[in-house]
Design a protein around this ligand. Structure first.
Ligand code: FJE
Ligand code: FE
Length: 290
């Protein structure tokens, strides 16, 4: 074994501190989401604000709406979505593609189905620290073919952000983040390091997995597991089908969060200011007039 492999064995594996099932709820126009983070029982999980598994069919969608003070990461699982913003930025993401949008001081955009049938995906909202909330908006788009993918010992990982199995993502994150899409074959066992003081969670997409403790009961699709602190996480696929889940971690920001729908700032005064800016199309919302 090389030095790197020895040091990847976990000394202090994380345990599950909370488990939530998600249920379907209406959002946007005719769309449905399974919201795990951002719902009543789990308002935020620093630095994460919302995690939605969405499902939408034309003519439904998410017509023009604003975002301020955070980033949205849209990862397509099936179908295609076209987004178009008030500055003329337009693009379509398809199965396996992702869009990392840093809203910063403000974006107004629409996100609408771009193909027949049902579009499915994940949308994660990641908070920005006070010093980054008002930065210029920025997009990073990664096509499926450019997502780093590695396979080893029955484990396949797509590295959306951060690093796994020695492979790094090209995505630049303002708030330090790891976002990994794992598929484990039956019998596979994963040990994945996570920086010790980051918050992290697992969201199961397909199949069922055993997480953190070998003897624990299996977790099925549409459940979220919030992990306690430690240097990494273990997972086992003891079933006869594929197990697919995302593992997401991030450095907590540790600042007050004041949220009014799609506006996330540090104080109520800043929220009032942002609502005014949006209303009067000023301070970054000039293009929202059209
Ligand atoms: C939003 C209501 C919304 N989850 N998942 C209020 F529906 C939205 C919104 C989304 C959204 C969009 C996609 Cl493509 C996927 C989503 C919520 O657009 F931003 C607010 N404020
Ligand atoms: Fe949006």
């Amino acid at each position: 074994m090389s030095k790197a492999e020895i040091s990847s064995v976990l000394r202090e594996p994380r345990f599950v501190v909370k488990k939530f099932q998600t249920r379907i709820q209406a959002e946007g126009v005719g769309a449905v989401v399974r919201r795990s983070i951002g719902r009543f029982e789990l308002r935020h999980f620093d630095p994460f604000l919302v995690l939605d598994e969405f499902s939408v069919t034309a003519p439904g969608g998410f017509p023009d709406h604003p975002h301020t003070g955070f980033e949205t990461v849209t990862y397509m699982l099936q179908g295609a979505m076209t987004h178009e913003d008030f500055a003329g930025h337009k693009g379509t993401i398809r199965t396996g593609d992702l869009q990392w949008m840093t809203a910063g001081r403000g974006i107004v955009h629409s996100e609408m189905p771009a193909s027949q049938g049902t579009q499915k995906g994940l949308q994660l909202w990641i908070n920005l620290s006070s010093k980054h909330k008002m930065i210029e908006p920025r997009y990073q788009e990664l096509l499926s073919k450019d997502v780093a993918e590695v396979a080893k010992d029955g484990i396949k990982v797509r590295v959306i952000a951060g690093e796994a199995l020695g492979t790094k993502s090209a995505i630049y994150t303002r708030t330090p983040i790891m976002y990994l899409d794992f598929t484990l074959k039956p019998g596979a066992h994963l040990q994945q390091p996570i920086p010790s003081l980051w918050n992290s969670f697992i969201y199961v997409l397909e199949g069922e997995g055993i997480f953190c403790k070998q003897e624990s009961s299996p977790t099925k699709a549409h459940y979220i597991l919030l992990l306690g602190f430690g240097d990494g996480v273990e997972a086992w696929n003891k079933s006869s089908k594929l197990l697919r889940f995302i593992l997401v971690g991030g450095e907590p920001i540790g600042e007050p969060v004041v949220q009014y729908g799609p506006f996330v700032m540090n104080t109520q005064e800043e929220i009032d200011q942002t609502i005014d800016d949006y209303e009067y199309c000023i301070n970054g919302f000039e293009n929202a007039k059209h």
